[in-house]
Design a protein. Structure first.
Length: 366
């Protein structure tokens, strides 16, 4: 059974998802508001989030969603305070931030926001860029209502007037990563989980990814890290940092529950090849020490970094591994400034910097 509309195959044949290091038009964020996401610790979150917003805005434009227009003044004031801590006056940072009201159920813009594909050839008609609106079901209907999150791409498309195609498959942005040349990296534990698309086979899911995202090859890792409620998003495990290079996290303690899973990923990655059959260069970063709050192991990972225009915004966890991870990212991204965001409290929401952000790549020039 062909589950992809024929008109979508025709319309998307000349498009591909850019890698995260390609130039960005803006970054989408959602101001934290759901106290159930950070139970018992929510009061600590807005200042940390403001720090993250200011950090990203020091590199690129921000489009920040709030629940209601009445919040805009207070949110801007909190970000202004954070911006002054990063830059003495902070005015340049604030000028890059647009705040507007679009109600959401939660703040994980990576997973419910639009995913953009750019035209990669000059033939035929069509816009230079298309936004994809994938279905969102709260990571397999794990939490409460997700109706507002599911329509965020449509709301943003109406506000910013971008072309939109609705993809008839559940997919979260944190579950995929691309090298921009035709290869996509994901996990079996998430995309093959029956709580997402139980009617689709592995081959059909690959067909969706290839058709809508313009990739030629899909690479699969296995399980996620401990505490990851997304069933194993790739952005806590391994990331493309160049078309031919992947950085993955490794746990050095054999007694840690992540040790075996991450070693298996490393072994798989060493055997993988790109869209042209060439092996990848595999780089590694450490994992932070286990973070446990209220008896829960949290999914803290340095792989959850965001690639901004001219910068890398990475989670930090107040440990010696922070500097090792920062130095690795600085080496892998020469010319980009690495900035840390304290994330020990943020990750109580079961995600951090990359999970909370979604890039809007710059469209190709006509």
């Amino acid at each position: 059974m062909n589950r992809i509309p024929a008109e979508h195959r025709r319309a998307l044949g000349a498009y591909r998802m850019p890698p995260e290091w390609a130039p960005h038009l803006a970054c989408y964020l959602v101001w934290p508001h759901n106290v159930e996401t950070w139970p018992g610790k929510f009061d600590a979150i807005p200042p940390l989030y403001a720090h993250m917003v200011a950090a990203i805005a020091s590199f690129e434009a921000i489009r920040l969603m709030v629940q209601d227009e009445s919040e805009i003044g207070g949110v801007r004031a909190m970000i202004a305070d954070a911006a002054r801590r990063i830059d003495r006056n902070g005015d340049a940072i604030l000028r890059r931030i647009e705040i507007f009201a679009i109600p959401t159920n939660d703040s994980w813009a990576r997973d419910h926001g639009p995913i953009f594909v750019n035209r990669v050839d000059d033939a035929g008609a069509g816009p230079n860029q298309i936004a994809l609106d994938w279905r969102f079901n709260s990571w397999g209907q794990k939490y409460g209502a997700f109706d507002l999150d599911d329509v965020v791409p449509q709301k943003l498309g109406a506000r910013f007037n971008f072309e939109m195609i609705e993809a008839p498959m559940v997919l979260e942005g944190g579950s995929i990563d691309v090298n921009g040349e035709g290869t996509l990296l994901t996990t079996e534990s998430c995309l093959l989980n029956p709580n997402r698309n139980p009617e689709l086979t592995r081959a059909e899911i690959e067909d969706f990814l290839k058709t809508y995202l313009g990739v030629a090859k899909v690479l699969w890792l296995g399980d996620g890290i401990a505490g990851d409620d997304t069933d194993g998003h790739i952005d806590d495990l391994a990331r493309f940092v160049a078309p031919d290079t992947i950085v993955t996290v490794l746990e050095d303690d054999p007694a840690d529950e992540n040790y075996g899973v991450l070693r298996e990923h490393f072994d798989r990655l060493k055997q993988m090849t790109d869209q042209d059959g060439r092996p990848f260069q595999i780089e590694t970063m450490p994992m932070p020490p286990a973070i446990i709050y209220d008896g829960t192991r949290l999914p803290a990972s340095y792989a959850n970094f965001y690639i901004a225009n001219g910068g890398i915004v990475m989670p930090t966890f107040d440990c010696q591994q922070d500097s090792v991870a920062a130095a690795t990212l600085a080496r892998l991204f020469p010319g980009r400034r690495v900035v840390g965001v304290p994330s020990t409290d943020l990750v109580w929401g079961l995600g951090s910097v990359h999970c909370l952000s979604q890039q809007h790549p710059a469209p190709p020039k006509s």
